[in-house]
Design a protein around this ligand. Structure first.
Ligand code: BTN
Length: 243
């Protein structure tokens, strides 16, 4: 069981930066830093994460076994925790997972997870759109309020999120990736997809994830591709063909 210690800030550049400074001074597992707003919130692949007041911005320090090899599996561990917390606040909404670690509500992105490795430590930066969501994004976005949830604060989301993160982290530590992989697949959005890679675009059908967490894409000619890095768009996603 993780003993959580939450440090709350009004503002920072990025909660991941704050937590990294703490990790440099040997902070223990379970330290959580939250901020009301970030002036330089970071997303995956060098993107900006808009961070106005009203959403949840937090970073969590973990010390998984087998670092840095285990780091990639935490995309799925963290996504499961966020998924289950979001579903708690939107029990009737279709909440699904998009590879590698996005949580979708009604097909739109409601959260982001940025994992950073620091020595043997893992910094899991998590943003959940509560009151706001960005309009101009590569993937259509939404927020808890836009989806109809009301009457809670960002601390309530954090309180829901941390035990779930502890739960899936404990599973990962005791049983390895296989149960995490199965739980992730149960919640995954399936169907035809476009995957944007650094060298171009691939189109195919979702074929699951393998034991390393790679996306399995089934191509029209019957071939399969295993993908380690890329951006997934489900066919029909508003911005799939754009930017
Ligand atoms: C993504 O691109 O989907 C990942 C976004 C991660 C955003 C969170 S907000 C808290 C933490 N601090 C950051 O600067 N980024 C992460």
């Amino acid at each position: 069981m993780i003993d959580w210690h939450i440090r709350r800030l009004d503002a920072t550049t990025s909660t991941n930066d704050e937590l990294r400074r703490e990790a440099e001074t040997d902070a223990g597992e379970g330290l959580v830093i939250t901020a009301e707003r970030q002036s330089a919130g970071r997303g995956r692949q060098g993107r900006v994460w808009e961070s106005p007041p009203g959403n949840l911005y937090c970073s969590v320090l973990l010390h998984p076994q087998n670092m840095p090899a285990a780091a990639g599996f935490y995309s799925f561990v963290a996504a499961l925790a966020v998924h289950d917390a979001v579903r708690h606040f939107l029990p009737a909404a279709p909440v699904t997972l998009k590879w590698p670690n996005d949580v979708l509500v009604s097909g739109k992105k409601i959260s982001g997870i940025l994992l950073e490795v620091f020595g043997d430590a893992l910094i899991a930066g998590i943003g959940v759109n509560i009151a706001h969501y960005p309009e101009q994004t590569v993937y259509p976005a939404t927020s808890l309020v836009a989806e109809g949830a009301e009457g809670f604060k960002s601390d309530d989301i954090l309180e829901s999120l941390l035990p779930r993160l502890g739960y899936w982290h404990d599973w990962m530590q005791s049983e390895g990736f296989e149960p995490i992989r199965r739980a992730w697949l149960e919640r995954a959005q399936k169907g035809p997809m476009i995957v944007r890679l650094s060298q171009g675009i691939l189109q195919g059908d979702f074929g699951g994830i393998d034991e390393q967490g790679r996306l399995r894409l089934l191509l029209a000619d019957g071939a399969e591709r295993f993908i380690s890095t890329g951006d997934v768009f489900f066919c029909g996603t508003e911005h799939a063909a754009g930017d």
